[in-house]
Design a protein around this ligand. Structure first.
Ligand code: 5AD
Ligand code: SF4
Length: 522
């Protein structure tokens, strides 16, 4: 039995299954008539561990020569759920598919391989994936040679893998977040073998460099700076699905950013579950997130963003570096989760309301035009009406420009899932609604501050809804719509704000004028 009184090993107690063979490459079992090759399965206890071993950095040759033609004449499709980390993992997998000679399918009907890159952070994200798997059953029945795979955070959950093995036996491949680089080998096995292949590593995690990446567009790029999370907020499954905090070496990150600058990218977003814990794991150097930002500041790339930061690790040096501006934009996403110190304590966020507000004050003093956004959870176990109202008052005090807001969703295996989930669902929904109304009000207010001002927009594309209208973002990540020729896509254009709305801002292009210094926050 696990210490928490829960027996997670039950998920892999397939006493009803017949063991066909067993060797150093794992077991082959037969379950409900389906053969399954269990190379390695998720293990909750291992995922929770944080040992002292040094992180290994592997410089892989991701696709061996003999697999470079595996995909000749074949097409793949990846559906991505969840956060930017997943989006970026998909770019890595697309890079691997590319190197194996696969083409990207336009439509699921022409795909030979379909992967679902999944998210486990809330139950509704998981429901979507199971729904999609249900839809794909028809396609798989019509086209048995189609390889259907599940990867990403849900694959790291023993209960999910168990459910797929039991109820979605037409899936061919399950692999986790730590063994993406094994995709070529796993595809080879899936194409040529008959068994469902399950290879999910539960180790704390190494770092694999040199993996190819096929980025979506030539304008903005994500760059991983670290993986995993050691914060163990009590509601969150990420520390289990993504392993321990481990930072890429600065020289590898900087080389990647330089290369992106050389290729003409205009904006990069540094990615990590908790970016300002960057460098804490280095044993041979004292180099933290502030140092990395200071080095990246000197690279000729117009805009640098980062996500997501944890208030606890947001140190003075980082603030000082961000205040230097230049390509470091004035937008800071700083998840608060709750405005009640009591709730924050139960969430194990490691800061209280006052400390968060103090950090905001420090940021605003150093960077007066900083635009702050956040993440908030409502309906955490035991959240009283008063505690929820403390969240509303904090939101009002900080004046967030926007926020991602969520209803608490219990995640099996996390400490919060053991707490009594005592806020009725209707109450949670009402709280979310009230919070969202407040955020909308503040968003409009923050957009209106830019009325009449000139701001710099990186033009990303045409508006999806209106022909001839371009859409782009300001440094502070505000969405701008304005009229202009398609040739401006990919360029920086100065615009004058004419009509701020709640979730976007209408503007008109101005020629020959520079962006309003006071509106740099735009
Ligand atoms: N329930 C609801 N929201 C969650 N988040 C993380 N775990 C949960 C959960 N169990 C939210 C947090 C986090 C964001 C990415 O997702 O707000 O910052
Ligand atoms: Fe989850 Fe907390 Fe880590 Fe963010 S900091 S990934 S919320 S455990």
């Amino acid at each position: 039995m696990a210490k928490e009184g829960k027996d997670y090993s039950k998920y892999f107690d397939f006493s009803g299954a017949k063991i066909i063979s067993e060797d150093e490459n794992g077991r082959i079992i037969r379950l409900n008539g389906r053969d399954i090759h269990l190379v390695s399965e998720p293990n909750y206890r291992q995922e929770k561990q944080r040992g002292k071993e040094q992180v290994q950095v592997h410089y892989e040759n991701a696709v061996p020569d003999e697999l470079k033609t595996l995909g000749a004449g074949k097409k793949y499709l990846i559906y991505t759920y969840g956060c930017q980390m997943n989006e970026h993992d998909t770019e890595v997998m697309r890079g691997l598919f590319d190197e194996m000679g696969y083409a990207q399918a336009e439509d699921r009907k022409e795909a030979d391989v379909i992967l679902l890159n999944t998210c486990a952070v809330r139950e509704n994200a998981e429901d979507k994936v199971f729904g999609e798997l249900g839809h794909l059953k028809t396609l798989k029945t019509e086209k048995p040679e189609l390889i259907l795979g599940v990867c990403g955070c849900m694959s790291q959950e023993a209960s999910v893998v168990n459910r797929i093995m039991q109820k979605y036996a037409y899936v061919d491949l399950i692999f986790g977040t730590h063994n993406i680089h094994r995709l070529p080998h796993l595809l080879q096995e899936a194409h040529f073998g008959k068994e469902m292949v399950v290879e999910v590593w539960s180790k704390e995690g190494d770092i694999i460099e040199n993996l190819p990446k096929k980025r979506a567009e030539g304008l903005r790029a994500w760059v991983n700076i670290m993986y995993g999370c050691d914060k163990f907020c009590t509601y969150c499954i990420v520390p289990y699905t993504r392993g321990k905090e481990r930072s890429r070496l600065p020289e590898d990150v900087i080389a990647e950013v330089r290369e992106l600058a050389r290729q003409g990218y205009k904006e990069i977003t540094l990615l990590g579950q908790n970016v300002n814990a960057y460098g804490k794991d280095f044993t041979d150097r004292n180099y933290r997130f502030g140092d990395l930002m200071d080095d990246i500041r000197k690279i000729d790339i117009p805009r640098v963003r980062f996500t997501t930061s944890h208030p606890r690790d947001f140190d003075d040096h980082l603030i000082e570096v961000l205040a230097r501006g230049g390509n470091l934009v004035e937008h800071i996403h700083l998840p608060v989760q709750s405005g009640s110190s009591e709730v924050l304590k139960r969430m194990s966020r490691k800061y209280n309301r006052e400390q968060y507000l103090e950090l905001v004050r420090k940021i605003r003093a150093a960077i007066p035009n900083a635009v702050l956004t956040t993440d908030i959870i409502v309906g955490f176990p035991g959240e009283t009406e008063e505690q929820f109202e403390e969240t509303l008052s904090l939101v009002r005090e900080v004046k967030f420009a926007s926020a991602f807001t969520f209803i608490y969703s219990p995640r099996e295996g996390t400490p919060a899932a053991e707490m009594t989930d005592d806020v009725p669902y209707e109450v949670k929904q009402r709280r979310l609604l009230r919070l969202n109304e407040l955020i909308a009000e503040l968003s409009l207010e923050s957009n209106r501050e830019l009325d009449g001002r000139i701001v710099e927009v990186l033009v990303e594309g045409e508006s999806k809804t209106k022909a001839g209208v371009l859409s782009g973002r300001t440094r502070s990540n505000k969405l701008i719509h304005f009229e202009g020729p398609k040739e401006w896509i990919g360029q920086f254009v100065n615009v004058r704000v004419t009509a701020p709305q709640t979730w976007y801002i209408r503007a008109e292009a101005v020629c020959g004028e520079t962006a309003d210094a006071a509106a740099h926050a735009g």
